[in-house]
Design a protein. Structure first.
Length: 243
């Protein structure tokens, strides 16, 4: 629900900004694109519910900006950066795109941020947490809306370190979000006097973590750091003799 509220707030704020410049716009309508995970592991983060949130925000705003109707375009990026970027460019070139919402995947959001800079169209990255969106890969057309891996790493790792968790093993989603979160947390752990004894990279969408947990168990680490995220169910058989 909090993501939907953020989506509503973002769209409402943008509509207010668009109202100031709509009189000079060449298009006869405002076009909001939503490129998100509609069918994969992050579909419940925003997905189809986010589309409904956009519709609610537009209705609350009155459905128009200075007399111009507001249209919505939606697409499923399937957690593939090339699909998200291609759809962004396509809409910019052919559909009179005004702005884009979505992401839910740091790798896809980075690709879309690049397209936003290229096409000079604002992109609100909602749900994606990679800190590089507002760090190394920041640009003037991308608004990173919400938490990031820097906040997640500091808040969690510092607390566990303070409670005595010094030796870490990371189970990391094998794409930009996971690697950035592991990097941030590892830096916090080492700065706090801890050590990282190992890690394992896990493909996005994995549902059975048994083999990866065996590697973590074998490392002897005190702390298993989960540098991943998903909303769909996962399965994990307990390792042999784990108690």
């Amino acid at each position: 629900m909090r993501h939907f509220k953020r989506m509503l707030a973002a769209v409402g704020a943008l509509c207010a900004l668009l109202a100031a410049g709509a009189a000079e716009a060449a298009s006869d309508k405002v076009v909001i694109g939503d490129i998100d995970d509609m069918s994969g592991p992050y579909a419940d983060v925003i997905g189809s519910g986010g589309v409904e949130a956009i519709k609610m925000a537009i209705a609350e705003f009155g459905g128009t900006v200075l007399g111009k109707p507001i249209d919505i375009l939606t697409a499923d990026h399937q957690n593939k950066p090339d699909i998200g970027q291609q759809k962004f460019r396509e809409w910019a070139d052919t559909a009179g795109l005004t702005m884009v919402l979505g992401g839910s995947n740091t790798g896809v959001s980075l690709a879309m941020a690049s397209a936003a800079k290229e096409k000079r169209i604002p992109f609100f990255a909602i749900g994606a947490a990679g800190a590089s969106l507002t760090g190394a890969n920041c640009n003037s057309y991308t608004i990173h809306y919400g938490y990031d891996t820097t906040a997640l790493a500091n808040g969690t790792a510092k607390t566990i370190l303070a409670e005595g968790g010094k030796n870490w093993f990371f189970l990391t989603a094998d794409y930009a979000f996971g690697t950035q979160l592991e990097k941030g947390a590892s830096e916090v752990v080492k700065a706090g006097g801890g050590t990282v004894v190992g890690d394992v990279r896990v493909p996005l969408g994995t549902s059975d973590f048994a083999s990866y947990l065996l590697q973590a168990q074998g490392s002897g680490a005190q702390v298993l750091g989960l540098a991943n995220a998903r909303t769909s169910p996962i399965r994990s058989r307990p390792p042999p003799n784990s108690g």
